[in-house]
Design a protein around this ligand. Sequence first.
Ligand SMILES: [Zn+2]
Length: 131
Amino acid sequence: MKDLLIDHFQETVNELLIRHKSILDVLSKLNEASARVHRATVKAVTQCGCLKIDAKKPIIPEDATILQLKEIFDTHLKGELCPNCKDTIEKEMGRLLFYLTALCNHLDINLYDVFIKEQKALDTLNIFNFT
Ligand SMILES: [Zn+2]
């Protein structure tokens, strides 16, 4: 059984994608959308200030376990998104999803199947799947 929400989203993208229908446009717009998510996140730090980045090289003991590594590595983020930045980033993530879904449509890939395969991979790898 397919997920109705995701299938509906994929069908809507298929209906609305007219102007940038070429695979070349889809690939370049997907890249652009990714960069815009990146930029909106950076602006939350550099223009709004609701987020701060506090990064340094982690000190990793030679005998550290995988569970300890999870505690040692952090996001380097301090603070939390204000409603305005959150809204902007969500909109940019939506565009990213739109073009990822458009790529799925062009390649005859079901977006729900992508979610399921990735979830199964994560379930199998569990804690050992740290990237
Ligand atoms: Zn903000």
